[in-house]
Design a protein around this ligand. Structure first.
Ligand SMILES: [Zn+2]
Length: 71
């Protein structure tokens, strides 16, 4: 069972297949040919607080729009 742990603060978020009572950022990136990591799959999670701290430092703010349907 996959465990989700925030990569920045190390806080345990939850386990795959269980109800996780918070939302978080999950990144799964397959790097391609034009990168220096061709063929590598990188994966990490960030909790919402660490996501907010990261995106606050962006030069261009995160684009936000309302989801039309919340699942
Ligand atoms: Zn965190």
């Amino acid at each position: 069972m996959k465990e989700y742990v925030c990569s920045k603060c190390g806080r345990f978020i939850g386990k795959e297949g269980q109800v996780i009572e918070e939302d978080f950022l999950y990144v799964n990136k397959t790097w391609g040919f034009f990168s220096k990591k061709d063929g590598e799959i990188h994966e990490f999670c960030l909790c919402e607080a660490c996501y907010d701290a990261l995106t606050k430092g962006f030069r261009t703010p995160v684009q936000v729009e309302e989801a039309s349907e919340l699942l």
